[in-house]
Design a protein around this ligand. Sequence first.
Ligand code: ADP
Ligand code: ADP
Ligand code: MG
Length: 478
Amino acid sequence: MIVRPARILIVNRGEIAIRVARAVRELGHIAVGLWTDNEPGAAHLAYCDEWVHLEGHGHAETYLNISRLIELARRHDITAVHPGYGFLAENDGFAEALDREGLVFVGPNARAIRMMGDKAVSKRVARQAGVPTIPGSLGAVADLAEALAIAGEIAYPVLLKAVAGGGGRGMRICRDAREVEANFEAVQREARAAFGNGDLLVEKYIVNPRHVEVQILADKAGNVRHLFERECSIQRRHQKIIEEAPSPFIGDNEPLRLDICATAVKLARAVGYDSAGTVEFVMGEDRSYYFLEMNTRIQVEHPITEEITGIDLVACMIQAALGQPVDAPPQEAITHRGHAIECRICAEDPVTLAPTPGTVTGLATAFPQGTRFDHCLYEGLEVTPDFDPMVGKLVTRGMSRAVAVRKMHAALDGLAITGLVTNIPLHKQILADGAFIAGKYSTDFIEARRPQDGIQTQADLETIYRQLASIEAANMGL
Ligand code: ADP
Ligand code: ADP
Ligand code: MG
């Protein structure tokens, strides 16, 4: 067990680096941030106690450069390293390398990362642990012929999926044999280029699927807890943009909720999990659910779970890594209260969904009670194509789903970002959609309901001006 204060290096940037730095300092530790030539004035630095220069250009020389990060950690007398999400967060080699140097990785043990990092291996581990998995190939398929044979057995539609995939990439739905033939090589190529591994799985595409995931919190003393579920079915390009907790699809079906949460705990135990992590499932129309993958890191949408359980996941993750007891009660005392929603605020065209780099010229907020905004925005921030387009996460909480949705409408109205095209108008359209309001939506929501078609750019500009005027009025106390 390490006593405080520990010097914790945050090898990430953007909103998650800020979130981590705040937790580190709140716990009485020292937050050491990294700055790069690409982003010398990054927002997260203001939240750190110390700053270290990470030289180099591009991700490979900076945030993905294991040897340089370890050298910096040694030079600056670091105790523990927090990876955030993305970059090296799910790299077992990094966790192992830190271990060898006597440095603490703020995440799970390297073996658990390795077992869950490959979608073919994790599926096999899940099946062995008695967790339902999606029908399909047992491991990577050898070639197109095998893919076609398996697709024929499990029946169409099927999904071609990269075993090393992540961030929604390396995936293609195929409705018949012709589509498998047409897509197989392209997905292989894409996977090889993006993840350095062209191996593919073939699995049944669950029709009208809901994405339901369970938050795990484990520690080094062998306690494995769940913090209930989140639903993340509002996606574009297989990437989440709105998440909520609890899941409206599970609703008040308490036996189903407890069953899926217990299944996630079973898997976490089977892999010797010892940190915060998420077990993702896809749930079919009949509410049968199947294991998708386990994300062995803190997740983008962790705040909604924090809002309904009152547990600080990032703080607990740091405590767990340092071998300390975590600030969470035993399982039977963990409860959830009310409802929370998160909208991912991205520098993204609300209609085409394409990234929209730009420079922030102004930020004004006037939020209702029950709002949390985790972000890395400031006047002058340049959003470049070098990093993920997500610049903030707007979270609202209410005693019921209806209240949380109502508050989200008000929060979106109270968020004015100028100089940057964002997806805020898209969020407003989604929130106003009847299917969303009813909580009856699946992952094809954006494609099926096309909320972007309702966006009128000129009208939105006028909304922004009205918003700015009302924010100014609010700030003047009118
Ligand atoms: P979450 O469920 O936390 O949203 P995502 O899969 O969307 O998880 O990934 C979170 C972040 O990590 C995103 O910024 C995404 O771009 C990045 N990411 C995840 N996996 C990979 C990967 N294999 N390669 C590159 N980036 C990734
Ligand atoms: P990633 O590592 O990119 O997050 P996932 O395996 O978690 O990959 O899949 C991303 C999303 O794709 C899921 O949230 C889900 O909506 C969809 N998806 C994945 N596999 C299936 C499937 N077999 N059937 C239906 N939807 C799926
Ligand atoms: Mg996933």
